[in-house]
Design a protein around this ligand. Structure first.
Ligand code: ACM
Ligand code: ZN
Length: 718
């Protein structure tokens, strides 16, 4: 009997292992046996969940679907059970039927997502054929947080409607239910406003002859797009069918450079000193004192309110450059008249005025965490805590319903390892760190937790534009599997350990992502060079390939590569549609660090002395103005330098910004005469010296972009 019991337990745990539902459900009981969906099976649904039935039909090719009909053996039923919470569901699979009962539309939809994961992975490519077998089970499930969000920045980099819909689908598979749609920012305005059409028709495009300046990437091309109101309504409906609410963000009063480029009259009342920016406008904040600005905001909010069904409109409030209000006589007069204590309270005033408009159109405000700093914002305002855990704790301790999204865990524009592209201001992290987020160990008490309204991941798209978004899979790679881990944090009451989660990915969920055609990130191969041979390995079952950098030829790695030049090889792995980053052996990446003296024709800021660029530790130098044609940066070595390669770049280390736009690299072999060795277009170039050099110069041939500085880095020498 005992043996039988152990065998039974083993079978049950094997079956639950086989199912590997992501995010992990609250309770799963596999009773043995199976149900088979066949061509004779009918999908029977309550009329209020007709749209869920139509959704299910896209994945499971039922020959018959019927509303409110009698359920026969072999049928699948989608039904409402008012005893359950709105998003809660019970999925019951017996050898006769499948029943999905949900508290509301959302619950039934969530149950369908779980059912899809009980089926072979190819249901996600929408080409599954009946018969399909499902293990008999009862799954009772409900979310930990009612707000499980993802913020997509379509302002910095334009993302067309079809692609947005694809990410809505990918969110739905993970039971994420809020799309925070960051529609406006300094670099673009993406929403049609019929009363002010130029906002989108001009503000939707940057570069070329557009007044919106091309920061970050695609510097010479007029590039972009915007959503018409009809397209947005279509996105809202598409998302709603998938249990996703779309919350639009119009980022104000800062982050408004694109808008200011079209309507300079919204900006504060002073002429900025353009000498440091080669004449370019850097004001990006709405003047808080102009009544006409509140009329324009009302025009915008009125139209936004009609497009989106969400109760909320996010109105920004982050990173307001308050020096603009300090310099504006009108804002200073407003401050005195209204008895405002400081500029942060000017922001409170601006948000209060905007909130009045929102209320008039039946909407509520959501804001970024800076907006509570003036101290007068009512606690009915929803706050998105992004800047740090501390800011999330501050907002929750003051009683603001807070969406927890600290960049250090949930900003998926952060790099996933040191040598990958992405931001790093908050942290460098992968899915494992996302899954490790834990309220208690971050200092959240029961009182704080009462104000936690949900969890959100985010992707700000500054860097994306430099990654050829029309043809690259960069966004997939940045989001997956980090977003998968986020869903487990936001949904699961008792989430898996990293080991269990990673095992679920490898044994089940990677195959689903293959069927979804997601270019998810695989672990980077471990590469070693010793005894004259390079070896490479992974632990995720992926296939390793290597590239011979001298010929560009790619081959499958099957055995150690014998070579005296390990730096001529790079490795990566693939598995289904997943891919790893490319890597070499440590020898290839070894950096030389010769003593160097750095000087420049552009003065540097006293806060970042020129010696920073000689430190080889990612310290940077900020100059006091942007570059002009003829400006140079010189690196002079203490002794002749022999090396394979020098990467000489300007601009932020992780971001093509604050850089010299066009120019060339010249080197000196004798310390006094220079010869040009490479031209560059944006930021700098990599050169391969053939003899020892004494000095190197980066020389600008055009004036730089919209910044008031450039950034000087250390050379990277191999
Ligand atoms: C933000 O990242 N500025 C909200
Ligand atoms: Zn002003």
């Amino acid at each position: 009997m005992k043996k039988l019991f152990i065998l039974l337990c083993a079978i049950l745990s094997l079956q639950s292992l086989w199912a590997q539902i992501v995010p992990k459900p609250q309770s799963e009981n596999y009773s043995g046996g199976k149900f088979t969906i066949t061509d004779k099976s009918c999908l029977v649904y309550d009329s209020s969940v007709r749209d869920v039935a139509l959704y299910a039909l896209e994945y499971m090719p039922f020959k018959q679907i019927l509303s409110s009909s009698k359920v026969m053996p072999g049928d699948i039923q989608l039904t409402i059970n008012r005893l359950l919470d709105e998003e809660q569901y019970r999925l019951t699979v017996t050898d006769k039927n499948i029943t999905i009962a949900g508290g509301g539309y959302a619950g039934v939809f969530n149950g369908v997502q779980t059912l899809l994961q009980l089926l072979p992975a190819n249901v996600f490519s929408k080409d599954a054929k009946f018969p399909l077998t499902v293990p008999c089970c009862t799954i009772d499930d409900s979310p930990k947080f009612s707000y499980r969000g993802f913020m997509l920045d379509v302002a910095r980099t334009w993302i067309p409607t079809d692609k947005v819909k694809r990410y809505i689908d990918l969110m739905a598979y993970l039971k994420l239910n809020k799309l925070h749609f960051h529609l406006t920012d300094d670099e673009g305005w993406r929403i049609e406003i019929k009363s002010h059409p130029e906002l989108a028709t001009i503000g939707g495009f940057r570069g070329g002859d557009s007044p919106v300046f091309p920061r970050y990437g695609k510097f010479y091309e007029k590039w972009g797009g915007y959503y018409t109101q009809q397209e947005l309504k279509d996105i809202v409906a598409y998302a709603a069918q998938r249990n996703i609410e779309v919350i639009p963000e119009i980022d104000m009063p800062g982050h408004s450079k694109a808008l200011g480029a079209i309507y300079p009259e919204i900006l504060c009342n002073y002429t900025p000193d353009g000498s440091r920016t080669n004449g370019l406008e850097i004001r990006n904040v709405w003047c808080a004192a102009k009544e006409s600005n509140y009329s324009l905001i009302e025009d915008i909010i009125r139209e936004v309110s009609e497009i989106f069904t969400s109760d909320y409109i996010h109105i920004g409030g982050d990173e307001v450059n308050m020096s603009q209000w300090r310099k504006c006589p009108d804002c200073q007069r407003l401050k005195a008249e209204k008895g405002l204590q400081n500029e942060k309270q000017i922001e409170d005033y601006f948000i209060a005025r905007t909130t009045e408009i929102l209320t008039k159109y039946g909407k509520k405000p959501a804001v970024w965490n800076e907006a509570i700093e003036g101290g007068t914002l009512p606690t009915t305002t929803r706050v998105h805590g992004w800047a740090s855990i501390k800011k999330c704790l501050e907002a929750t301790s003051k009683g603001y319903p807070t969406i927890i999204m600290p960049g250090h865990y949930f900003y998926f524009d952060m790099k996933q390892s040191a040598s990958e592209t992405g931001h790093n201001w908050a942290a460098i992290f992968d899915a494992k760190k996302v899954l490790s987020f834990n309220f208690e160990s971050q200092g959240f008490t029961v009182a704080h937790l009462k104000s936690v309204a949900g969890i959100e991941a985010s992707f700000f798209s500054e860097i994306y534009i430099a990654e050829h978004p029309e043809k690259s899979d960069y966004l997939d790679y940045m989001l997956f599997p980090r977003l998968t881990a986020l869903s487990e944090v936001a949904w699961s009451h008792s989430r898996r350990s990293w080991e269990e989660f990673y095992s679920a990915l490898k044994s089940a969920h990677y195959s689903r992502m293959d069927a979804m055609e997601v270019t998810y990130r695989l672990e980077t191969p471990t590469v070693n060079y010793s005894n004259g041979a390079i070896t490479a390995s992974t632990t995720d079952g992926s296939t390793i390939y290597y590239i011979d950098l001298t010929s560009g030829k790619q081959s499958r790695y099957t055995k150690p590569i014998t070579t005296t030049k390990p730096y001529n090889y790079e490795f990566y792995s693939r598995r289904g549609t997943g891919i790893s980053k490319r890597t070499g052996s440590k020898e290839y990446y070894a950096r030389l660090k010769p003593a160097v003296t750095v000087s420049s024709s552009i003065p540097c800021s006293s806060k970042t002395p020129m010696t920073n660029a000689a430190k080889y530790n990612n310290s940077i130098v900020r100059t006091t103005r942007a570059a002009k044609a003829g400006d140079w940066i010189e690196y002079r070595f203490a002794a002749p330098l022999h090396c394979r390669e020098i990467e000489a770049m300007t601009g932020h280390i992780h971001l093509r910004r604050c850089c010299m736009m066009k120019g060339y690299i010249e080197v000196s072999y004798d310390g006094s005469n220079f010869v040009k060795v490479a031209d560059f277009d944006v930021a700098g170039a990599t050169i391969k010296p053939t003899e020892a050099i004494r000095a190197l110069r980066i020389v600008a041939t055009t004036t730089s972009d919209a910044e008031d500085q450039i950034v000087i880095q250390s050379l990277k020498i191999k």
